[in-house]
Design a protein around this ligand. Structure first.
Ligand code: PA5
Length: 446
């Protein structure tokens, strides 16, 4: 009773879904029969997703799957990018949650930290203003001042679907007042068509980019929300979209080999069998923001009506030295997704004979950082397997736009399947709205 497309304990199957990404479900702790049961429960939904992937009319929530193939979106973004990208500007993204996490994840992994302006850079750079924090704000104000001294163009990209998120509106207002003036041609507003912010932007002669109304914040990275800032930073958004389209084919092409059906089944199984924590363990420090993007995707999509999983983000090997004991010896309430990047040239290698190597028994002599990190990951996984802690693994052979697009699309489709299995609406966020309304009421009555 083996399914060649899935993995059970005795079979060592590593799926090659693309030369650039490899996934393994070998230690997922799910039997073939259990998997088949879950697969049959989402079979009908696959047809709905396939149909949604072909539609570009944005009438059902799932049509976010069609975004990477929607030429109108990329055309509108391109048109504006052509006008604003040269000379390499500093663009401040003012947005929070689904309105900034996707772009920040891609930018920080492919360009480096988003907290400082590199200055000498001849490509556009991004800063992100999300929460209202005077320390962070002063830092951004400072970076803008440096960019202005360097005679760089500074652009504000105010992103808000609703157009009424307190933090975003306050940051936008503060930036205009304290780091301005901004000419109307240096302000880009990305919002739902005809939202109050849209109307105000039009009146102020700002540039406007539309978000399809049906596409929620956490599913919007392939709209202007993610594409515009990333394109300003000279990231290859076309490659990102092509990675996303590839993932759609992988996830919806065949039910038997769909990675999204598999990962959703694994997560669902464990969530309903006492392991409601999904730890996403990234063995690359620059993927922490990707972890935060996924955390929002999972948290807001399925955390409702008493259901859900708690998504956590760990960084290897750093967090092994703070959380490893808990993960291995604590409560058996987690299912882990390891994410690693191996394969690129690693020239950070120690010489064959080192001065300090003998302190660790000579095992690091002649080794590269990747080799050592890989050994740590393998050691960790061996310990997890011994304790029967379930885990999956994704390996990127390279961090690039294509793979990012593929990974993000995969995870968004996974979340739709997971919502289906749990019987919750994966597209709304009623309780986020709740706190927003109360916040506004409290502020009004201060
Ligand atoms: O995913 C979501 O819907 C939320 O996290 C929103 O993205 C976040 O609250 C920001 O909302 P808005 O884009 O309306 O400013």
């Amino acid at each position: 009773m083996t399914d060649p497309n899935f993995v059970i304990g005795r079979l060592v199957i590593q799926e090659k879904l693309h030369p650039m990404i490899t996934w393994s479900f070998r230690n997922s702790g799910l039997s073939v029969d259990e998997y088949k049961r879950y697969r049959s429960r989402v079979a009908g939904y696959v047809d709905r997703l396939k149909k949604a992937a072909r539609q570009k009319d944005y009438t059902v929530h799932e049509t976010s799957i069609a975004l990477p193939g929607d030429r109108r979106i990329i055309r509108d973004v391109d048109r504006l990018v052509d006008r604003l990208r040269a000379p390499a500007p500093l663009l401040v993204v003012v947005g929070i949650g689904g309105s900034n996490l996707g772009a920040q994840a891609v930018y920080e992994a492919l360009r480096g930290p988003s907290a400082v302006v590199m200055g000498a850079s001849n490509v556009g750079e991004l800063l992100f203003a999300d929460t209202v924090d005077r320390f962070k704000f002063s830092h951004i104000e400072n970076e803008i001042a440096i960019a202005r001294r360097q005679k760089r163009r500074v652009i504000l990209n105010i992103i808000s679907k609703s157009g009424s998120t307190t933090e975003t509106i306050m940051n936008a207002e503060l930036l205009v007042k304290k780091a301005g003036p901004f000419q109307p041609e240096d302000v880009v507003v990305t919002t739902d068509e005809h939202s109050p912010l849209w109307e105000l932007a039009k009146k102020s002669e700002y540039h406007v980019l539309a978000i399809p109304k049906i596409v929620g914040g956490r599913y919007s990275v392939f709209t202007a929300v993610g594409l515009f800032p990333l394109a300003i930073a000279h990231l290859d958004v076309a490659a990102m979209l092509s990675g996303a389209r590839w993932a759609v084919r992988q996830c919806l092409g065949s039910l038997h080999s769909s990675p999204a059906v598999k990962s959703a089944s694994v997560l669902y199984h464990h969530a309903t069998h006492g392991r409601a924590i999904n730890d996403n363990f990234f063995f690359r420090t620059d993927l922490e923001s990707l972890g935060k993007w996924y955390r929002q995707l999972m948290g807001e999509s399925i955390g409702k009506e008493g259901n859900g999983m708690m998504p956590t983000v760990s960084i290897g090997s750093t967090d092994l030295h703070s959380m490893g004991q808990l993960y291995l010896g604590g409560p058996q309430d987690k299912v882990t997704t390891f994410i690693a990047v191996w394969g690129q040239d690693d020239n950070m290698r120690l010489p064959k004979k080192t001065a300090l190597g003998s302190l660790v028994g000579g095992v690091i002599d002649g080794r590269s950082t990747d080799e050592v990190l890989q050994a740590i990951l393998k050691g960790t996984q061996a310990a997890y397997a011994r304790k029967k802690h379930p885990f999956m693994q994704a390996t990127f052979s390279e961090l690039n736009e294509f793979n990012f697009g593929a990974f993000m699309q995969w995870k968004m489709i996974e979340m739709m399947f997971l919502g289906k299995l749990l019987g919750v609406n994966a597209f709304d966020q009623p309780n986020v709205e709740e706190y927003k309304t109360v916040t506004r009421r409290l502020l009004a009555n201060y």
